[in-house]
Design a protein around this ligand. Structure first.
Ligand code: ATP
Ligand code: MG
Length: 590
């Protein structure tokens, strides 16, 4: 019998392969515990969705756990509005956390961990100015220079750190630094900052603290405190990994040195008993998601919002999760997209049309169909009795019978799409023109008998006759028509506002800009088109906000989450057109 380990399952990403190996070795007692750690300094974007799907997906697939942890160590940029939006977005994507923690939950413990580092001779208070620290850090080629404060005594460092905490020193007076190695080849390891003074009100801890721990110090220790096993972050943190390890390892050493515990022994004993300080977490890096045609950086997204280039974080042109939601993307389509792009170790650029392809595939299955006229022109069916109304039952979703039908009324006057009619149509135009016959979807054949124009030559009215034998849109054994048009009975039509969105930027890559320009110079001011008076079926009167639907022959739309009011104001966002540009690209490159 072979004892060789099984080859990694085909298609398993490198993180899952690592976890499989860990489980084989019996690491972490078979536990898999991940976390998603956003800083609450903005709304989540599609890049975060990738991280969410990965971290929560691992917990799901390995019967493990995933925490939501707010990395809230920078009080100046953080806000509860962001905390709330992040929680909403994670849930909307279809995930739920096992615990919701905040780095600020650990401020007290982190403070005493820093004290222990000082007692171990592993941290010191540095009074150099920020400029001096930068200068003395050295470069990639040259080692740094030791701070003149590096050899301060433990007692002096403790006293200074305590006075930092007590608020006796102004912002920037000094910092607490790890004492590692100013000549380390990895610049990150040249005595990195652990704590800084910041007299600022924190959205959770208020004014309890005027010193705040730095990201690198906080992150690994928070992971260990929570018993995280696999700490997954993006590639730009690769150089931070030795520091992550240093912080956890140093504390693990320190927790053995009970003689240093002093009067705070209870805190240290409690930490030492946590599984995370026996079987410690490890950091793994994967590639960030980049997507064509947009920016994925909170700093840039904030700028778009603050400078009013868009209408808020959930503007349907934004690559935020809330923007995609309002645009009409489904959580299923975003999750499918994240699955399809996979998890890799090298950065790459994903084509936006792939995201749209995932969306169309999902909406095709789930979106009920309706008829809506974007640019209406009236057609009078002159042989149809003035007071007559036909009612047609038309399937809501040809992909899924369980959706049932809606009732579509037909009368003497109907709206059709302006560009479905041409006065002098070319041969291949299979829609309407003088003396041509088409099918009105689900209703009747109509023959165009004339039209009227205004002084500028714009068509204002189309005259037609219908064939009563073609009821339902079919003429058994009779002549065939090539074109099928969508339509709405004028007498029964509801007015609706339709918002069409184009790309927010005029370039495929707003991250690479010409010299002297910034990415906002590429914002397309015409990327939102509002059609104020579209005509839609009466069956749409009470659709709730957030409903996904297809306007036949036109595209996928979603009843706007903010402005659509059932029974009062109908407002639809175009989610995407029906045309599949992705299939085209694939064909071209095949
Ligand atoms: P940004 O650069 O947009 O501000 P961030 O990395 O600073 O993003 P965080 O709130 O710190 O944002 O991120 C939370 C988690 O989401 C982190 O683990 C981070 O690595 C991950 N993440 C952020 N952006 C992306 C992305 N584009 N692709 C994949 N994961 C991402
Ligand atoms: Mg960040």
């Amino acid at each position: 019998m072979s004892t060789k380990p099984e080859a990694p399952e085909k298609g398993k990403d490198f993180i899952r392969q690592i976890i499989d190996k860990d489980l084989e070795k019996g690491a972490y007692g078979g536990r898999v515990h991940t976390r998603f750690p956003p800083e609450p300094n903005g709304y989540l974007h599609i890049g975060h969705a990738k991280s969410i799907c990965l971290n929560f997906g691992l917990a799901r697939d390995y019967d493990g756990k995933c925490n939501l942890r707010f990395d809230d160590t920078n009080p100046v940029k953080e806000d509860v509005e962001y905390v709330d939006s992040i929680r909403e977005d994670v849930r909307w994507l279809g995930f739920d956390w096992d615990n919701n923690f905040y780095a600020s939950d650990y401020f007290e413990r982190l403070y005493f961990i820093a004290e222990l580092f000082i007692k171990m001779g592993k941290a010191y208070v540095d009074h150099q100015t920020a400029d001096e620290i930068r200068e003395n850090r050295g470069t990639l080629k040259e080692p740094g220079v030791n701070s003149p404060y590096r050899e301060r005594s433990v007692d002096e460092n403790l006293a200074l750190f305590r006075s930092m905490r007590a608020g006796e020193l102004p912002d920037g007076a000094c910092i607490l630094r790890a004492k590692i190695d100013m000549a380390a080849p990895n610049v990150m390891m040249r005595d990195p900052a652990l704590y800084r003074i910041k007299h600022a009100t924190h959205h959770r801890t208020g004014d309890a603290w005027c010193i705040y721990p730095m990201y690198d110090f906080t992150h690994g220790l928070s992971d260990a405190i929570e018993g995280i096993t696999h700490s997954i972050c993006t590639l730009e943190f690769e150089n931070n990994r030795p520091l992550y390890d240093w912080c956890v390892d140093t504390l693990m050493d320190g927790l053995k040195r009970t003689e240093l515990f002093g009067e705070n022994a209870a805190i240290y004993t409690e930490l030492a008993a946590l599984p995370g300080f026996t079987d410690r977490p490890r950091q793994y890096e994967f590639a960030r998601l980049n997507i064509t045609g947009t920016v994925l950086s909170k700093r840039k997204l904030i700028q778009l919002v603050k400078e009013n280039h868009v209408n808020g974080w959930d503007d349907p042109r934004m690559p935020t999760i809330s923007g995609f939601r309002r645009r009409g993307f489904t959580p299923e389509s975003l999750r499918d997209f994240c699955d399809r792009i996979g998890v890799a170790k090298a950065d790459s650029m994903v084509e936006y049309p792939l995201l749209e392809a995932c969306l169309r595939e999902d909406l095709n299955k789930r979106a009920p169909r309706y008829m809506g006229i974007m640019d209406p022109v009236k057609m009078v069916i002159e042989n149809y009795p003035e007071d007559q109304v036909d009612e047609f039952e038309i399937a809501l979703n040809p992909e899924d019978e369980s959706y049932g039908t809606r009732t579509v009324p037909f009368s003497r006057e109907v709206w059709i799409e302006r560009d479905d009619f041409m006065i002098d149509p070319p041969k291949k135009f299979f829609r309407l023109g003088p003396d041509r016959e088409v099918r009105l979807r689900g209703a009747y054949y109509v023959l165009c008998t004339g039209y009227e124009t205004d002084a500028d030559g714009n068509v204002t009215l189309i005259r037609a006759t219908f064939d009563p034998a073609s009821r339902g849109g079919w003429l058994e054994g009779g002549r065939k028509v090539k074109g099928t048009l969508h339509w709405v009975s004028a007498r029964h039509a509801l007015s609706a506002e339709v918002r069409n969105y184009g790309p927010l930027f005029t370039t495929e890559n707003p991250n690479a800009v010409e010299e002297g320009k910034t990415f906002v110079d590429y914002v397309d001011p015409n990327s939102l088109e509002i059609l104020a008076d579209c005509k839609v079926e009466p069956a749409m009167a009470d659709l709730p906000a957030g409903t996904n639907l297809q306007f036949e022959r036109t595209g996928y739309y979603c009843a706007d989450l903010r402005d659509h009011k059932p029974g009062q104001a109908l407002v639809f966002n175009r989610t995407t057109t029906l045309r599949d540009t992705w299939a085209k690209i694939q064909k071209q490159t095949a």
